[in-house]
Write a protein that binds this ligand. Structure first.
Ligand code: UD1
Length: 423
């Protein structure tokens, strides 16, 4: 297994290009199952999660071809030749559940394994299932699989999500585009990835109003057609690299960065003493003074502070001046990076869903282990500013969500390298 070696202490100067959003791409790709015409996605990120989704779609009969060094994907689902999403692929990635709504909407039947994914809490799929039932789906859970049917086709309905769910909103939104009649989704997720999906579905001929607000209305249509759609930039990758100069000092420009995608996060950076400025090419970030200040963070659905930036922000606050309290409200068990940061000298106390971080002057390099996708990058950020050398092992988590991380950071002066291993 590969590991990443970082020698801390270099200020970062330069620019980092931000890739297309992994989470947007993982819902745009299954949208191809809604039409027999080709769907072209541009600005797709080159990540192992995207390759997993490609394999899953191929197993359902979708042809996938790549152009522009992997940044353009042409997906064509002339016919769904297999309606079963197998456990062997689905277990690798929770977003695999997103093939359920489209397959059911197009052909009236689908069998999808219950998913796996990052080990951050229970993460059930009950909301996906309840939403599909509200559109008339008949579901049966047996042998670890969801067996779904809609013999006369899906029918529009009203569904209010009891809890905001990004994935369930995406699944039901896709399914509703081909349902008969009107669907109203209440308490829907408002993430930019939902807006991006709705834009793509509209380009395919869907009738959708209200994406980006908590009520989405979908007027079902007979069929969708092919389209070409650019994937929105990855606001989590953007936020992660916005933090890099906050850790190390220096000044970094994030190419393609958009403030409107990271407002709550940028407000917290400002409070911590980090300046974020809009430039013609993106965003420029640097520390206002020497040490950042402690801030309190509570994660929430968009437009709140994103849970996917909590680990990285916690790592920054480990060396802030003062005591910070972080509340994790989206996932239980999402502080697995805390013990690893403590190996580097951080002072953190975790009590259930909240963590208290007392800032220390400087972290020290240590051997640490990545436990999930965002935790792994938080350790790399911490290592950039730590004294001495840090080795981050189990970096396959990192490769699920960050493209060429060591190249992007070393281009700005970081001492970081990947050490390949055959094991
Ligand atoms: C998506 C993102 C993930 C991000 C998360 C929250 C993708 C591929 N992943 O995950 O990076 O961390 O949004 O911003 O886009 N829940 C249920 N029942 C369900 C579904 C969800 O109880 O059927 C709960 C979850 O356990 C969690 C909360 O709802 O506590 C939010 O989860 P959700 O928004 O669905 O996350 P994902 O779509 O899986």
């Amino acid at each position: 297994m590969d590991s990443i070696h970082v020698t801390g202490g270099q200020p970062l100067f330069g620019s980092i290009p931000i890739a297309g959003a992994k989470n947007a791409c993982l819902t745009l790709m299954p949208a191809t199952l809604l039409t027999d015409e080709p769907l072209t996605l541009t600005n797709t990120p080159r990540l192992s999660d995207i390759r997993t989704m490609t394999s899953l779609l191929q197993s359902l009969g979708v042809s996938v071809s790549s152009q522009d060094d992997g940044q353009t994907q042409v997906l064509h689902s002339a016919a769904i030749t297999n309606h079963k999403a197998d456990y062997e692929i689905v277990r690798k990635m929770r977003a695999s559940i997103l093939v359920l709504g489209p397959m059911l909407a197009r052909d009236g039947h689908a069998v999808v394994s219950l998913p796996g994914g990052c080990a951050i809490g229970a993460r059930p799929v009950d909301l996906h299932l309840q939403g599909l039932e509200a559109l008339g789906a008949e579901l049966d859970l047996r042998d670890g699989y969801i067996h779904a049917k809609a013999p006369g086709g899906l029918k529009g309905g009203t569904f209010e999500f009891p809890v905001v769910s990004v994935g369930a909103t995406e699944n039901i939104l896709m399914a509703a585009t081909l349902a008969k009649g009107t669907t109203v989704l209440k308490n829907a997720a408002r993430e930019p990835e939902i807006v991006d999906l709705a834009d793509c579905l509209r380009a395919m001929g869907a009738q959708i109003d209200g994406a980006g607000t908590s009520t989405i209305t979908i007027e079902g249509v007979e069929r969708l057609h092919g389209a070409s759609h650019p994937v929105v930039i990855d606001r989590i990758e953007l936020g992660t690299y916005m933090l890099a100069p906050a850790f190390t000092g220096g000044e970094v420009e994030l190419l393609g960065g958009r403030l409107d995608l990271v407002e709550a996060f940028a407000a917290k950076l400002d409070e911590a003493g980090v300046s974020v400025e809009t430039t013609p090419n993106g965003l420029k970030v640097c520390r206002k003074n020497g040490r950042v200040s402690a801030v309190n963070i509570t994660t929430a659905p968009h437009p709140g502070f994103p849970t996917d930036l909590q680990a990285q922000m916690m790592a920054l606050l480990c060396t802030a001046d003062g005591v910070s309290v972080l509340e994790e409200r989206i996932f239980e068990n999402r502080f697995m990076h805390a013990p690893e940061l403590m190996r580097m000298g951080a002072q953190i106390e975790v009590h259930g869903g909240s963590a208290t971080v007392t800032g220390v002057d400087r972290l020290r390099g240590a051997p640490v282990m990545a436990t999930d996708l965002r935790a792994s990058v938080s350790l790399i950020l911490a290592a950039l500013a730590a004294k001495g050398k840090t080795t981050v092992s189990r970096v396959y988590h990192l490769d699920r969500g960050y493209e060429r991380v060591e190249e992007k950071l070393s281009a700005c002066g970081a001492l970081i390298e990947r050490v390949k291993s055959d094991g």
